[in-house]
Write a protein that binds this ligand. Structure first.
Ligand SMILES: NC(=O)c1ccc[n+]([C@@H]2O[C@H](COP(=O)([O-])OP(=O)(O)OC[C@H]3O[C@@H](n4cnc5c(N)ncnc54)[C@H](OP(=O)(O)O)[C@@H]3O)[C@@H](O)[C@H]2O)c1
Length: 299
C-alpha cells in the first residue's frame, strides 16, 4: 500500500503526478477520456463501470501508454453499496483518494407527462444517488489527506430544460444543486467540488439512453443527436485543467457557455424558443421509431 503525498491539496493540485483518482463510467466515452488525461499527468487510477472486459481493456491500454498504475474495479454506481465500496477499494489499495470523478451517467428520453417513473427512478440512482454515495464515502478519506477534488459531470442541460429530455435534465439539475451546496460546505476541508457541463459530445451516450414512452418500456435509444459533438478527449483535457486550477463550473465550448448565458438571462425568450425545439425534437424522436417499437431491453 502506498500513501499519497497530498498533505495540502490547494498548494499542490497543479502537479497531479502520483495522485490517486477514481473515475466512474471509465469504460468508454467521456470517462475514458478523463481517465486518459489524468494518466497523462501521472495519476494512479481506479476505473469503474459495469462492463468488466472493456474496463480491463482501457486499464491495460493506459498502463502501457502512460506507465501508471491502474486498477479496474467493476462497479454499478446505481447501487449505493457498490458506489461506496468503490471508494473503499481505492483507498484500501492506494492509501488515499485525491480525485473523484463522478462521470457515469445515462440518459432518459420521453415527454414528462408520459415518462415511466420507475425508469426515471433508475436514472436518478445512477446520475444522482450514485455520485452522492461516492462523494460521501470519499470526503472522510480526502479530509484525512488534507483535501482533494470531486468532479461531478453534469451537462449544459443541467442549466436549462431539454424538451423530451425532462427526466434526464432533472437528474442533472439535481446534481448541480447538490454540487453547489457541497462546494461551499467542503471549502474548509480543502476539497474542490467542480461541475463539468459538456454540451453535445461524440460518444455512445444516446445509444445507451432509455426511451421511456407508453408501450416502449426500458427501450434503449438509437443515435438521435442533433449533430456532431466535440471529441471526448477535449472534455478530458478541459476537466484536468479545471482540477489543476480548482475551477467551479466548466463549459467545453464557447457555444455551450453562450447558450447557458442566454437561457439564464432571457428565460422568457428561451422558453418561447423551446416550444419550437420541442416540435423539432418530437419529429426526430418519432422518426427514430421510439413510439412504434415495444421491445423491452434491460440496461
Ligand atoms: N455525450 C454527451 O453528449 C454528453 C453531454 C453532456 C453530458 N454528458 C454526461 O457525460 C457523462 C458520460 O457520458 P458519455 O457521453 O461518455 O456516455 P457513454 O459513452 O454512454 O458512457 C457512459 C459510461 O458510464 C458507464 N455507466 C453507465 N451506467 C453505469 C452504472 N450504472 N454504473 C457504472 N457505470 C455506468 C458506462 O459503462 P458501462 O455501460 O460498462 O457500465 C460508460 O463507461 C454522463 O454523465 C453524461 O450524462 C454526456
Amino acid at each position: 500500500m502506498t500513501v499519497s503525498s497530498s498533505r495540502s491539496w490547494g498548494a499542490n493540485r497543479r502537479n497531479l503526478k502520483g495522485k490517486v483518482a477514481v473515475v466512474t463510467g471509465a469504460s468508454r466515452g467521456i470517462g475514458e477520456a478523463i481517465a486518459a488525461a489524468l494518466a497523462a499527468e501521472g495519476c494512479r487510477l481506479v476505473l469503474a463501470a459495469r462492463s468488466k472486459d472493456r474496463l480491463e481493456e482501457v486499464a491495460g491500454m493506459l498502463r502501457v501508454r502512460y506507465g501508471v498504475e491502474v486498477v479496474a474495479a467493476p462497479t454499478d454506481v446505481g447501487d449505493e453499496g457498490q458506489a461506496r465500496k468503490l471508494i473503499e477499494t481505492a483507498a484500501g489499495h492506494f492509501g488515499s483518494v485525491d480525485i473523484l470523478v463522478n462521470n457515469a451517467g445515462i440518459g432518459i428520453y420521453g415527454a414528462v407527462d408520459e415518462l415511466h417513473l420507475n425508469d426515471l427512478r433508475h436514472v436518478f440512482e445512477v446520475n444522482l444517488f450514485g455520485p452522492l454515495a461516492a462523494l460521501q464515502a470519499a470526503v472522510p478519506v480526502m479530509r484525512r489527506n488534507g483535501g482533494g477534488a470531486i468532479v461531478n459531470v453534469s451537462s449544459i442541460v443541467g442549466r436549462f430544460p431539454q424538451p423530451l429530455g425532462g427526466g434526464y435534465t432533472a437528474t442533472k439539475f439535481a446534481l448541480q444543486g447538490a454540487s453547489g451546496a457541497a462546494r461551499a460546505e467542503l471549502k474548509r476541508d480543502n476539497i474542490d467540488v467542480i461541475l463539468v457541463c459538456p454540451g453535445l459530445t461524440d460518444t455512445e451516450f444516446s445509444q445507451h439512453s432509455r426511451i421511456s414512452v407508453p408501450g416502449a418500456e426500458h427501450r434503449q435509444g438509437e443515435r438521435h443527436s442533433l449533430g456532431q459533438g466535440v471529441e471526448p478527449a477535449r472534455v478530458g483535457r478541459r476537466t484536468v485543467a479545471a482540477i489543476k486550477r480548482g475551477e467551479r463550473e466548466v463549459y467545453i465550448t464557447l457555444f455551450d457557455r453562450a447558450l447557458v448565458w442566454f437561457a439564464l438571462h432571457f428565460p422568457g425568450l428561451f422558453q418561447w424558443a423551446l416550444v419550437y425545439v420541442t416540435r423539432y425534437r418530437r419529429k426526430r424522436f418519432d422518426e427514430s421509431g421510439a413510439r412504434k417499437n415495444r421491445r423491452v431491453s434491460p440496461n
